[in-house]
Design a protein. Structure first.
Length: 176
């Protein structure tokens, strides 16, 4: 029963949510600080003066990158979690990897995998949008850059958790 619990919980909730929260901490702070420092040093103003749209050039590419990479990172996190679940289970009760995977994926359908993967793309949209917004509206010198990085992480994490709650309800309504 333990392999099924590990696989199902990682694929459905733990993998997507924890990966998104980790990514919001790492990437959200990076985007907020990078765009904030560009705003403080007037690089974004220079782009606007050159008739280049900084939102298209800087923000849209970052948001799309988050939306594309978060599902792939979630796959890697799910794989690592399932592998470490097997290691932990083997330390308690020796079991082959093949038997663990067979028992774990016995009741998992492909339809169980699609909604959580779609959720991660939404999480990527949230992380990228919040971090770029916070970075683009930075004021107040280097102190403002630190505030932008911190607030992008906090807000993205909060919005991820709220979006997860809402999307779980929507997925349960649509797929049950």
């Amino acid at each position: 029963m333990l392999p099924a619990v590990i696989v199902f919980s990682l694929l459905k909730e733990t993998g997507p949510t924890i990966t998104a929260l980790v990514l919001s901490g790492r990437v959200g702070a990076g985007f907020g600080a990078e765009l904030g420092s560009m705003k403080i040093t007037e690089q974004i103003d220079a782009m606007e003066a050159s008739a280049v749209d900084p939102y298209k050039c800087l923000a849209a590419t970052r948001v799309l990158a988050c939306m594309a990479m978060l599902p792939l990172l979630t796959l890697a996190a799910d794989f690592s979690g399932i592998l470490m679940g097997w290691v932990a289970n083997t330390l308690l009760e020796p079991v082959s990897l093949r038997l663990f995977l067979n028992n774990g994926f016995k009741n998992v359908r492909f339809g169980d995998f699609i909604p959580p993967t779609f959720k991660t793309a939404i999480f990527g949209l949230i992380i990228g949008s919040v971090a770029c917004f916070q970075g683009m509206r930075t004021q107040g010198g280097t102190e403002g850059v630190g505030r932008a990085a911190t607030s992008s992480v906090v807000l993205a994490s909060l919005f991820i958790i709220l979006a997860d709650v809402v999307m779980v309800r929507v997925i349960l309504l649509l797929y049950s």
